[in-house]
Design a protein around this ligand. Structure first.
Ligand SMILES: [Zn+2]
Length: 210
């Protein structure tokens, strides 16, 4: 599996294009906006978009989901259903942050802990990691030791927990009980900023390190 990170929206959210090397079929994780840019990266990679995956319902991650899904008739998988209130509130989030063309949507599939999502010949494991939002999910590609963690964990920081239904203890439990057991060698793409590994964060992250 190959990946391309595409920072989108004024929040520079790390939308990620995942491409199955065997089939050239692809999934877009968290298309928060800037759809033309995402489509251009996919075209340049010679990839055919098959699916949209969503980590959580915040506008910088999910603001472009409805428009992209409609345009290419793509199915939407994720997040976990506790984030429905965020997705339903997309028009209000849009007004608050001044995002254009943002609509609510209904995922074709809500995800749960232990689910598997597939595109091309690739399978990703789903981890339910609440705390930043109650329905936040993480995607893990075990063969390449790569996780897409959204706003759960960042290089040197963790997700905010001051939004409605955010909770710090829950977030720390998600990180320690769901992410760390995957292994110190796992590299992760966070929702914002540079990549890191779980091992590096366990060693030096001031919020959730050992
Ligand atoms: Zn968020």
């Amino acid at each position: 599996m190959q990946y391309r990170i595409i920072p989108v929206t004024p929040f520079q959210q790390n939308c990620t294009l995942l491409v199955c090397e065997k089939t050239k079929r692809a999934a877009v994780v968290d298309p928060g906006g800037d759809i033309e840019q995402i489509l251009a990266v996919a075209a340049k990679a010679g990839a055919t978009l098959e699916k949209i995956l969503v980590t959580h319902g915040h506008i910088d991650h999910a603001g472009g989901v409805a428009a992209l899904a409609e345009r290419l008739s793509l199915p939407i998988e994720g997040p976990q259903r506790e984030d429905q209130f965020w997705i339903d509130g997309m028009p209000q989030q849009s007004k608050m942050f001044g995002f254009p063309d943002v609509r609510a949507f209904t995922p074709d599939r809500w995800l749960e802990q232990g689910d598997v999502v597939c595109f091309g010949a690739v399978s990703l494991e789903v981890l339910h990691c609440p705390g930043h939002t109650p329905g936040h999910v993480v995607f893990f590609h075990r063969p390449s030791r790569l996780a897409l963690v959204g706003d759960v964990l960042f290089a040197g920081s963790i997700g905010r927990t001051d939004f409605p239904r955010g909770d710090l203890d829950t977030l720390l439990a998600s990180i320690r009980e769901r992410l760390w057991p995957l292994g110190d060698d796992v590299a992760f793409i966070p929702g914002h900023g540079p990549m890191s590994t779980f091992g590096d964060e366990r060693a030096s992250n001031p919020y959730c390190g050992d």
